[in-house]
Design a protein around this ligand. Structure first.
Ligand code: ATP
Ligand SMILES: Nc1ccn([C@@H]2O[C@H](COP(=O)(O)O)[C@@H](O)[C@H]2O)c(=O)n1
Length: 207
């Protein structure tokens, strides 16, 4: 079974996907980490991230591997674990430019579709584009202020700066971020993390 959890930036996708995956005893798949890793590699090589040809050649020459586990995903470049560098403000700033390239999206989608089910996949277009056949689809939202207040525990910037960056990233991600027609939309604002996880678990089809 594949379950998809999409949503806007910092709406709780990876925390919720991890909780749902653990309850089901399956891995979760964080698609955003591959876009983040592509961005980091491009930044480290000082590439112009708006130019897709150089970026794609660079990605093809550096085999990145997503390791999906229920407790957390990791991204490897050979033996080097890149995961700890993927959630920086610098990567947040540039990742939407990288994710807008159709060639980069095809590079990510190919890796995701090669993963063996069952799993919980989270991102922006898991239910609409990558796994339209998923057994159950969810889409998480919350107001920008709520999301920024949550994220402020993880970033050095103040809430107002985080909120502005989240709104900008949502705008840049609009094309790939619409909920699937058959997704259940959940406003996580009034819910605890555990409350969102339980809401999803309670509506999953019985195996
Ligand atoms: N319902 C909730 N109640 C309270 N805190 C939450 C809730 N959901 C998520 N959080 C917290 O909000 C923060 C952002 O969550 P998370 O990183 O899972 O979001 P995300 O959608 O995966 O983010 P991004 O799009 O940037 O990858 C985390 O600190 C997480 O613990
Ligand atoms: N399915 C996806 C997942 C992510 N993106 C892009 O990556 C950025 C980072 O993703 P997070 O889930 O870690 O926030 C995101 O802002 C998108 O630009 C995507 O396009 N499609």
């Amino acid at each position: 079974m594949i379950v998809t959890i999409d949503g806007v930036a910092a709406s709780g996708k990876s925390s919720v996907a991890s909780g749902v995956a653990r309850a089901l005893g399956v891995p979760y798949v964080s698609s955003g980490l591959l876009y983040r890793a592509a961005t980091l590699l491009g930044q480290q090589a000082a590439l112009d991230l708006r130019e897709v040809t150089g970026l794609i050649s660079h990605l093809q020459a550096h085999a990145l591997r997503l390791e999906p586990l229920s407790e957390g995903n990791r991204v490897w470049l050979g033996e080097q674990d890149l995961t700890g560098d993927l959630h920086s403000t610098q990567v947040d700033r540039d990742v939407s430019v990288v994710a807008a390239h159709p060639e980069v999206r095809a590079w990510v989608d190919e890796q995701l579709r090669a993963l063996p089910a069952p799993f919980v996949a989270e991102g922006r277009d898991m239910g609409t584009n990558v796994f339209p056949q998923a057994a159950a689809k969810f889409y998480l939202t919350a107001s920008p202020r709520v999301r920024a207040e949550r994220r402020a525990h993880e970033r050095p910037e103040d809430v107002a700066a985080i909120e502005a960056a989240l709104v900008e990233r949502d705008t840049l991600d609009t094309t790939q971020s619409a909920p699937a027609e058959d997704a259940r939309v959940i406003d996580t604002g009034p819910l605890s993390l555990q409350g969102v996880i339980e809401t999803i678990l309670s509506t999953l089809p019985k195996k």
